[in-house]
Design a protein around this ligand. Sequence first.
Ligand SMILES: NC(=O)c1ccc[n+]([C@@H]2O[C@H](COP(=O)([O-])OP(=O)(O)OC[C@H]3O[C@@H](n4cnc5c(N)ncnc54)[C@H](O)[C@@H]3O)[C@@H](O)[C@H]2O)c1
Ligand SMILES: [Zn+2]
Ligand SMILES: [Zn+2]
Length: 364
Amino acid sequence: MKAAVLYERQAPLKVEVIDLDPPKAGEVRVKIVANGVCHSDYSVIHGVVPLPLPVVLGHEGAGIVEEVGTGVTLVKPGDHVVLSAIPYCGQCYYCSLGEFVQCDNTAVVMGRGTMPDGTCRLHKNGTTLHHMVGLSSMAEYAVVAERACVKIPLEVPLQVACLVGCGVMTGVEAAINTANVAAGSSAVVIGCGGVGVNVIQGCVLAGAATIIAVDLLDNKLEAAARFGATHTINPQRQDVPKTVRSLTDGRGADYAFEVIGLGKTIEMAYACVRRRGMAVVVGAAARDDRVTLPAASFLSEKILKGSAYGSSRPRVDLPRLIDLYLKKKLKLDELVTRTYRLDEVNQAMTALEKGEVVRSVVVM
Ligand SMILES: NC(=O)c1ccc[n+]([C@@H]2O[C@H](COP(=O)([O-])OP(=O)(O)OC[C@H]3O[C@@H](n4cnc5c(N)ncnc54)[C@H](O)[C@@H]3O)[C@@H](O)[C@H]2O)c1
Ligand SMILES: [Zn+2]
Ligand SMILES: [Zn+2]
C-alpha cells in the first residue's frame, strides 16, 4: 500500500509503497477513504511534536473496515468508521475515571510511536516504521485498535467525517466539555485554523452570545465569521486584550481559547479573560516554550486549563457530533477548503503552512 512517510525532520514526506502487517487480536484493518491534514502532522515534521522516525503520519482518518483480528466485537467488515485520535486502553486509572484522553496507554503509544502493544505493523524493506497515535492514516490502509474505530451511518460522507476524528472533536468539545461554555456568555478564540473554527462551532452550540475571533490572517477571520464568530480582531491592527475588554463591558471575556500552540498567545488568552474567567489551551506547544504570567493576578481567581482532544469521551462524543452534522447543527462540508491526492500531500502541508485553507483533506 502507499503511505506518507517522514524519514527526516524538516524534509518533505515521501509517498511510497510500504508493507502493512495483518491485524492482531483486537485490531482491525481499515481501508482509508480520506484523511484530514492537521497542524499536529505539520508539528511532527518540524519536531514540535517529537515522534520517533521514520513514521507514517496521519491521525484524522475515516474509512471502511476490511478485516478484523481475533476477538474484535466493536466493528465488522463493511462498517464505515471514523478513527479516534486517542488510543485509550479502557482499563487504566484514568480510563476508569472516564478521563479517556489522559489514558496511561495513550501517553505511551504517542511517545514511542507504536501500536498499543508496543510493536509496529508498518515496514519498508525490513525497516520498522513508527505509528502516529496508533493510527498512521495518511495511507491507503491502516491497522488500528478496534477501540479507535467509531462506527458512523453509511449516509455520512467519509470525506468530511474524517475531520471529526481530530479537529472537530478537539475544537467543539474544548468548548462544550473542557470549558463547559455557558449560554449567553462571551468567548475569545485565538487562532482560527481547522481546530479554532471548531472551537467557534462549539461556542455556538453551547449558546455563547459573543464570540470574538483572533487571527493574523484576514482570510481566517472571514472563515471564523462564517462559522459563527460575532467579532474579529487582527492583532496586527488592534490590541487584543484591550479590544476584548471593549466588547465585554470592560470586564474581559468569560472564556478564552488558545488554538495555536505558542507561549505568547497562551499569555494573551489569559489576559483576555475576566476575573474568575477561564483560559483554555488547545494548541500543542513546543517542549521548550514557556508561559510567563503576572503572579499577583491569581487573586483574580482566573483559571488556566489544558485541553487534549476536547477532554472528550470518543465513543460518546464522536457519534453525537456526527448526529449534529446530520441534523444540520454542525458544519463539516464547509470546513473542507481543498482536497488533495495522497501523492500531493506535501502541497497540502504547504497550504497549511501558508494559511490558505481552513482544512484540506487527502482523498485516497
Ligand atoms: N489539544 C489537542 O488535542 C489538539 C488536537 C489537534 C490539534 N492541536 C493543536 O492545535 C493547534 C491548531 O491546529 P490547527 O490544525 O487548527 O492549525 P492551523 O494551522 O490550521 O491554524 C492555526 C491558526 O493560527 C493562526 N496563527 C498563527 N500564529 C498566530 C498568532 N501569533 N496570532 C494569531 N493567530 C495566529 C494561523 O494564521 C492559523 O489560522 C496546533 O498547535 C495543533 O497542534 C491540538
Ligand atoms: Zn490533529
Ligand atoms: Zn487507559
